[in-house]
Write a protein that binds this ligand. Structure first.
Ligand code: NAD
Ligand code: TDX
Length: 339
């Protein structure tokens, strides 16, 4: 069995690579990643020690490059994590989101058609359903909730999902899609809420909370997401969509206060800043289809997962420094300087 994982040098993709090497030591894991700003090749240090792991620095938009990897490796299964993933960046510069997230997905699926595969799995997001109002806690996202996107990021991800379903219907490509809520855990790039707040708090820097901090996200520990994808590969029906989420809704301000408390830092570090444009109010997944049909359920409670995550960042300050060297300071100044 050869599994090709795109975006494996990023946050969720790397956690998925580690899980594969642990759970399926007999599988060959082929990782394809363009190593954008969001990747850190040192994240994969442990994987490089495995004889079953191979890495290609390649852009999924590059048809020729992608085809030559398929020609050589002949993957049985492809899991596509590669994407531009940060909503704020998509608001500043949508073009690369359309190119990587839509065109890149199409290039991969064309290669799958050309060389033949058993499964193409598209890693999707709950953001394709838009948002839910804060005063309706009874409402959730189901797999048949209409697509109703807000940001260039979510629109590009929704487009990729629709394209994947079109390749299933039109060409019979054996596609599955998972749509997951917000992930947290080791190796997340410190532009996203949780690692950004941990990084700032560790340096006694202001914690920039958008608006009033009342927006709600449904948090899932990254390993549970990865186990969910394995369950879809194992038991999921082709042409099907599965929502993955932990029924763990928290307002952003609650998350920030939990981090400060865990690190023993004062709440005076919290700074309310100008809200994100088009900011989604609430995400909330109903994961019952995945639970019933795949036997999947989250295993890490938030109270444990957030402690593990904070401890991981405290233990990996070098990794954090590597991520925040380069263009990070410029990014931070542009995103937060005058906010
Ligand atoms: P990430 O930004 O941490 O990692 C993305 C990876 O893709 C990086 O290693 C990057 O180098 C690579 N990449 C980007 N453009 C590429 C290209 N053109 N060719 C090849 N590689 C490229 O993202 P993440 O948070 O790990 O998200 C992974 C996937 O999961 C994405 O598709 C995202 O939409 C989806 N998702 C993320 C979350 C979340 O909470 N982070 C939730 C649901 C779904
Ligand atoms: O500095 C910040 N201050 C702040 O208040 C940042 C970076 C975020 N926020 C808020 C915005 C959101 O309400 O925190 C919440 C979470 O923000 P992000 O970490 O940027 O995540 P989100 O926009 O919810 O999208 C994430 O979940 C779905 C991932 O980045 C996507 O890739 C995934 O599809």
């Amino acid at each position: 069995m050869t599994i090709l994982v795109t975006g494996g040098a990023g946050f969720i993709g790397s956690n998925f690579v580690f899980l594969l090497l642990e759970e399926h030591p007999d599988w060959r894991v082929v990782c394809v990643d363009a190593l954008t700003y969001a990747a850190n090749i040192h994240t994969l240090n442990e994987a490089f020690r495995s004889p079953n792991f191979v890495f290609y620095k390649e852009d999924i938009r590059n048809r020729e490059g992608v085809c030559s990897i398929f020609e050589k490796e002949r993957p049985d299964v492809v899991v596509n994590f590669a994407a531009e993933s940060h909503v704020d960046r998509s608001i500043e510069n949508p073009a690369v989101f359309l190119e990587t997230n839509i065109i890149g997905t199409a290039v991969l699926m064309d290669a799958c058609r050309k060389y033949g595969i058993k499964r193409f799995h598209q890693v999707g997001t709950d953001e394709v359903y838009g948002d839910l109002p804060l005063d309706r806690p009874d409402l959730f996202f189901y797999e048949d909730t209409p697509i109703h996107t807000s940001s260039p990021y979510s629109t590009s991800k929704a487009s990729a999902d629709l394209l994947a379903l079109a390749y299933y219907r039109t060409y019979g490509l054996p596609v599955t899609i998972s749509r997951c809520s917000n992930n947290y855990g080791p190796y997340q790039f410190p532009e996203k809420l949780i690692p950004l707040m941990i990084n700032n708090a560790l340096q006694d820097k202001a914690l920039p909370v958008y608006g009033k901090g009342l927006n709600v996200r449904d948090w899932l520990y990254v390993k549970d997401h990865c186990l969910g994808i394995l369950a879809v590969l194992d038991k999921g029906g082709v042409g099907e969509v599965y929502n993955l989420g932990g029924h763990n809704e928290k307002a952003n301000i609650e998350i920030v206060k939990i981090i400060l408390k865990e690190l023993g830092k004062p709440e005076s570090l919290i700074t309310f800043v100008t809200d994100r444009k088009g900011h989604d109010q609430r995400y909330a997944i109903d994961p019952s289809k995945a639970m019933k049909e795949l036997g999947w359920a989250p295993t890490t409670a938030f109270a444990d997962g957030i402690k593990l995550t904070i401890q991981w960042y405290k233990d990996h300050l070098d990794w954090m420094r590597e991520c925040t060297s380069g263009d990070y300071a410029k990014y931070y100044e542009e995103m937060y300087g005058n906010r």
